[in-house]
Write a protein that binds this ligand. Structure first.
Ligand code: FES
Ligand code: FES
Length: 163
């Protein structure tokens, strides 16, 4: 069957097996291997991508279900060579060690900050609660998201001052 969707701002049309999962479509057909695949039980959350602004475990969605929708993967966070504040935050606050969970964590963080620009620590922990990190103990991930929230606020204030 044929699917058409927007992936990282570009329209993509492709032939897929009806049973193909979105995670496999992104990784194997579009070569967007930044989205990781870490389990068979929908538990790890390393496969999270943004679908129409919401974080979604891409191993729980068929590629066919994403047809007609807008998908953002970790490869779509950086724009014109500029890192997203979430990416900067993870770099500044050491929000990763092995990095396996990081793409999904950053996508969830970005979705959170879009809907809640100034989240509390509890809200950040709640947002990432469906995702597992085996390395960081989560503390530096939370700090990274807080760093990104502040950077986005500072940027918005700067743009407001120059408008
Ligand atoms: S690959 Fe583990 S939740 Fe999707
Ligand atoms: S940084 Fe290793 S699993 Fe999160």
């Amino acid at each position: 069957m044929q699917v058409t969707m927007t992936v990282n701002g570009e329209q993509v049309t492709a032939e897929v097996e009806p049973r193909m999962l979105l995670v496999h479509f992104l990784r194997d057909q579009l070569q967007l291997t930044g989205t990781h695949w870490g389990c068979d039980t929908s538990n790890c959350g390393t496969c999270v991508v943004e679908v129409d602004g919401e974080p979604v475990k891409s191993c729980t969605m068929l590629a066919a279900m994403a047809s007609g929708h807008s998908v953002r993967t970790v490869e779509g966070l950086e724009v014109d060579g500029r890192l997203d504040p979430v990416q900067e935050g993870f770099m500044q606050c050491h929000g990763l060690q092995c990095g396996f969970c990081t793409p999904g964590m950053m996508i969830t963080a970005r979705c959170l900050l879009e809907s809640n620009p100034d989240p509390t620590e509890d809200e950040i922990r709640e947002a990432i609660s469906g995702q597992i990190c085996r390395c960081t103990g989560y503390t530096t991930i939370v700090r990274s998201v807080q760093w990104a929230a502040k950077a986005r606020k500072d940027q918005a204030e700067k743009e407001g001052a120059t408008a």
